[in-house]
Design a protein around this ligand. Structure first.
Ligand SMILES: [Zn+2]
Length: 349
């Protein structure tokens, strides 16, 4: 390719320019590879639209723009390499990833480090190979998300989940008993340990849900105290449909009491699940400390609708007493299980 193609020329290069312009929707009257008026006019319009110098000539800059404009998303694999990949396919990818909540950086049509990170993040959440290469598999996954609709990536992913799994008996519920191992969590004024109470409540919740026909798995054994990331990884590896983490609240102020539930902001299903559990807990007469959006690492790393429940305060003497009573503890567990059941029953509506 020479560096200048201009009016009056007649060559394969002119024909190439014309073919690219036609593919972009510009009207070219000539069929013979001649750089005539309609070609000049199309080049000028193209230059105007791309905000480059409008001279009606195809020099290196205009040629480069024409090549970039010719790429459609899916034509080639996109990844971080040097020199950086450029093109309208990169621009389209940036727009789509940004629209669904992945930070692909400035929408400039250049695949830089931000783009690489966003693609990896997307692949991680959609379960593809996390190689940072936006190829056919990632493309299909992205197109399947109906990205023209508002909402975060998490909520869109959940809609897919919802469509696939409507019934609790087809679901795998992951229960995450808080703390454990060397980590006791908070201690009550009477000496109750958060880790032990959470374990017992979790076991009861699991029994009740299993009785209702669900499959249930734990993120830890009775003696383990995995890290947050380990818990999330276990849940993800299990392909859990719902994640319920069980803790107890604690404050220096011993009067503080009540139930709270947390979900990942932007996760509509997480919010629904949190509200449902919260509703059942307050139905027991426990004070309503409401459900709250939180950006906990646990929520970011788990790939399914996730909540963290704190049915009451271990630091509150009366609530500690309630928790130490196996019967009342069973009621708390029943409320959590009922919240999960209700979430499934109301899911389709
Ligand atoms: Zn805790």
């Amino acid at each position: 390719m020479t560096l200048l193609i201009k009016p009056g020329d007649r060559s394969d290069q002119v024909a190439d320019v014309q073919a690219r312009l036609r593919a972009l929707g510009y009207r070219i009257d000539d069929e013979t590879g001649s750089y005539e008026d309609s070609t000049t006019q199309a080049v000028r319009e193209f230059q105007q639209r791309r905000s480059i110098l409008v001279d009606g000539l195809v020099g290196p800059n205009t040629w480069g723009e024409l090549v970039e404009a010719s790429w459609r998303l899916g034509d080639r694999s996109l990844y971080l390499t040097f020199p950086l990949m450029r093109g309208d396919d990169v621009l389209k990818l940036q727009q789509l990833l940004n629209a669904i909540g992945y930070d692909a950086g400035r929408e400039d049509g250049i695949f830089g480090p931000n783009g690489g990170r966003a693609v990896r993040h997307f692949q991680r959440e959609y379960g593809g190979t996390e190689d940072g290469i936006f190829g056919p598999v990632s493309h299909t996954a992205l197109l399947g998300l109906r990205v023209d609709r508002p909402g975060t990536a998490a909520s869109l992913r959940e809609e897919l989940l919802l469509a696939e799994r409507a019934d609790m008996t087809d679901s795998l519920i992951v229960i995450d008993p808080g703390h454990g191992g060397p980590d006791d969590g908070a201690r009550g004024p009477n000496g109750a340990r958060e880790s032990e109470l959470c374990w017992d409540i979790s076991v009861k919740v699991a029994e009740m849900l299993t009785h209702s026909g669900a499959k249930v798995r734990f993120t830890r054994t009775e003696v383990e105290g995995p890290t947050t990331s380990e818990r999330a990884t276990r849940a993800n590896d299990l392909h859990g449909d719902v994640f319920v983490s069980i803790h107890l609240n604690s404050l220096d102020e011993s009067n503080a009491g009540g139930a709270s539930t947390y979900f990942f902001g932007g996760s509509r299903l997480g919010e629904r699940l949190a509200d449902s559990i919260q509703h059942e807990l307050t139905g027991l007469g426990i004070k309503d400390c409401r459900s709250h959006a939180r950006a906990y690492a646990l929520f970011k790393e788990t790939q399914m609708p996730a909540v963290l429940v704190e049915p009451c305060f271990i630091s509150n003497p009366e609530e500690e007493k309630m928790l130490e009573d196996p019967l009342l503890r069973g009621r708390v567990a029943e409320a959590v299980a009922a919240g999960v059941r209700r979430y499934y029953e109301s899911k389709g509506r």
